[in-house]
Design a protein around this ligand. Structure first.
Ligand code: GLA
Ligand code: GLA
Length: 681
């Protein structure tokens, strides 16, 4: 027995180790890192010292450089000029600033695309992209990959063992695919590998529909806009696999020369869905994303969910590779965040499991496309007002670093996120107001307010550690995911399915069973009919009375122990009095289906019910609504990050006295002004 406990403990510890070990650390500051995007190639070298001194004074621990500098690194084919980059790395080192090197492949030089025009992508309208912007390359093109591997290898030969280089960013914000004939041929080959025979593909895509039947692989098009749902889905899977191999090409080139201490990532873009991020992330050492608000102000819940999404790519801590120093340049209204909000945002990042926050950018180039973007230094080379706030963040990261070192977000609640389901719904929303990300965030918001930490993971992720798993709009359920969910319930887990779940299979075909398809038997109930709503429908039951908008699913059940939780009120006649949510106990676990769209009030009540069913207690349930609480734990520590997002000051009374990590004292209550942050343990 004792031995068993020891083994379990060892397992637990080993689960925590990768959290710290997989992320880069600098030789100077081991845990929380502040960074800036620096473009030394845009300035005379005589300016670098002044920049780096100001960075050091602002507690900036690393710079990310080089990701658009190809024309400075290889001005003519095969003519490499890396000495300036070396001098930039050395100059940073003198200021105790580590470096993340970006591979420059998001911006190929003019000689390259003129000499090898096949490396330029073809846009969806058939026109070739051209030189002068960025991301104009063709991600599937063998020549481009050869040239990309070459420059990546050159960089890794030179910097792969450099003590001041802590990591690599591959390319920059993947997103543009290509619609040329060569890519189409690759897609057809890829389909051949997957479906083996045309008969199989034709059957699984029901191509008898509109005489789509293919008699030759070469007849299969790249879909543009609408298309057969099977074709649309497989194109997206191909796009994802092609980004993965595009990235792999560069990772292999770097790994051949780089010290394993240097970690490799790429900067993702939150909910962006041009490719399946679970596919692409699996070859990275750590995940990172670019966190921008754009117009308006920080929504800590939605941004929090985006962090949790990113943390879920590899199910460990991540970096915020870019964030706005108050303002961007690409929104309809590029308003400045309020004073204090940039700091609150940085701590929101950390609270959700980020171990680094990098500001884009240090100083704007005098010309080039992004002259109006937020910066830390003005065109005159001196600090702008937000510089001091960023400096404060850096000082606080250093203070709080030891307390947060080795910690992560430990959740007992998971929300499932699935690219295939989002694509499938977005191709056929049926009601334009049905946004799958909004559906996810509506569950997330209520659950997080109770549990204070929620994981967002793929439907094939290991679920054993969670007491409660909620799958919002899991429209496309592969057999593998169905097995995962069924096993979870049968081993005592509490699973909640919601609207539009399990309608489609892995070919984006309708299941020949009613929803939730392969899980209908386990649920002992099914969806009789779905309705896109033109007016709200009343709902009532276990979670109180409310109003259902946008979408409704009429449920029926066959298993005697399946229970109705909510019913529809009088509406279109079809729904009147029908079950809107049902649940069934399965051994120690349960499966629930919510066919109604819940409003704010019923959603809150439903979240409370789910927590109770799963045996979970809300954490600090008496906190004011304006206060966000994030918790990081591990290495025997538990750190609470409180932030006030309301306009009025709020006082938080603590359940027991805690140490204030930033001020050093012991406190039993804290009062926070708007955007005030307290880090307690
Ligand atoms: C038209 C077409 C049909 C079908 C219906 C759907 O009438 O002729 O093939 O697409 O629209 O409403
Ligand atoms: C993205 C890019 C950066 C920069 C910023 C501006 O995140 O990666 O190069 O263009 O947007 O917000």
């Amino acid at each position: 027995m004792l031995k068993k406990v020891a083994i379990c403990f060892a397992l637990l510890i080993s689960l925590f180790v990768p959290v710290a070990a997989q992320l880069p650390s600098t030789p100077y500051s081991p845990s929380l890192l502040l960074g800036a995007a620096w473009y030394p190639e845009q300035w005379p070298e005589s300016r670098w010292e002044a920049d780096l001194s100001l960075m050091e004074a602002a507690h900036i621990h690393f710079v990310r450089i080089n990701e658009f500098a190809w024309s400075s690194l290889e001005p003519r084919e095969g003519d490499y000029e890396l000495d300036w980059l070396d001098r930039a790395v050395r100059a940073a080192e003198r200021h105790h600033i580590a470096v993340v090197i970006g591979t420059p492949t998001a911006a190929p030089p003019a000689w390259l695309t003129s000499k090898y025009p096949e490396t330029l992508r073809t846009m969806a309208d058939g026109r070739k992209d051209g030189h002068g912007n960025r991301a104009q390359f063709n991600w599937s093109n063998p020549k481009y990959r050869e040239l990309a591997a070459k420059i990546a290898a050159r960089l890794a030969e030179r910097f792969g063992n450099d003590a001041n280089v802590i990591g690599w960013q591959i390319d920059n914000e993947y997103g543009n695919e290509s619609y040329d004939a060569q890519t189409q041929a690759q897609f057809q080959q890829w389909l051949r590998g997957k479906y083996k025979t045309l008969e199989n593909l034709n059957a699984r895509w029901t191509t008898a529909y509109w005489s789509e039947t293919y008699q030759d692989w070469a007849q299969i098009p790249i879909p543009v806009g609408s298309g057969n749902p099977g074709l649309l889905l497989q194109w997206k899977e191909f796009v994802s696999d092609t980004w993965r191999s595009y990235q792999r090409n560069q990772i292999d080139a770097i790994r051949a020369h780089a010290d394993p201490r240097q970690k490799i990532t790429t900067n993702m873009m939150g909910w962006f869905d041009a490719f399946d991020h679970y596919t692409v992330a699996q070859d990275l050492d750590f995940a990172s994303w670019d966190n921008y608000v754009g117009t308006g102000h920080l929504d800590p819940v939605r941004t929090g969910a985006t962090h949790d999404l990113t943390r879920g790519f590899l199910r460990r801590n991540f970096w915020v590779m870019e964030t706005q120093p108050g303002v961007v340049n690409w929104s309809p209204n590029n308003n400045m965040l309020d004073k204090g909000e940039v700091r609150a945002m940085a701590w929101n990042d950390i609270g959700h499991g980020a171990d680094a926050v990098e500001f884009w950018q240090w100083r704007s180039a005098l010309n080039g496309q992004e002259q109006y973007h937020g910066v830390l230094l003005g065109a005159d080379g001196t600090p702008v007002p937000v510089y001091d706030e960023v400096k404060q963040i850096g000082a606080e990261f250093e203070k709080a670093g030891p307390a947060l070192d080795g910690t992560s977000v430990d959740s007992q609640v998971a929300i499932l996120q699935d690219y295939e389901s989002r694509w499938a719904i977005n191709w056929q929303r049926h009601n334009s107001a049905f946004d799958p990300v909004d559906a996810l965030v509506s569950y997330y918001a209520s659950l997080r307010a109770l549990a204070r930490s929620v994981d967002i993971v793929a439907d094939t992720a290991p679920l054993g550690r969670y007491k409660l798993v909620v799958a919002p709009a899991l429209n496309l359920l592969t057999p593998e995911a169905a097995k995962n969910l069924e096993a979870y319930v049968r081993s005592g887990g509490h699973l909640v399915l919601t609207q539009r779940s399990a309608l489609k299979d892995e070919d984006n075909s309708l299941y020949p069973q009613r929803q939730p398809g392969p899980l209908a038997e386990l649920l002992g109930a099914r969806v009789e009919q779905w309705y896109s709503l033109d007016k709200p429908v009343p709902i009532d039951g276990e979670w109180g009375a409310g109003e259902n908008r946008i979408w409704a699913e009429q449920l029926s059940f066959s298993a005697p122990e399946t229970r109705t939780l909510m019913r529809y009120g009088k509406s279109n006649g079809w729904l009147d009095g029908q079950p809107a949510a049902v649940t069934r106990s399965v051994g120690q676990g349960s499966i629930t289906y919510i066919g109604a769209g819940l409003d704010g009030k019923t959603m809150k009540a439903a979240a409370k019910w789910m927590m109770r069913e799963a045996g979970l207690n809300p954490i600090m349930s008496d906190l004011p609504d304006d206060i966000d609480l994030a918790i990081r734990s591990g290495n025997g520590k538990r750190v609470f990050i409180f932030t006030n997002y309301g306009v009025s000051p709020r006082t938080i009374t603590l359940p027991s006295p805690m140490e204030d990590v930033l001020t050093g004292g012991t406190v039993s209550s804290v009062t926070l002004p708007q955007y005030g942050v307290a880090i307690l343990r």
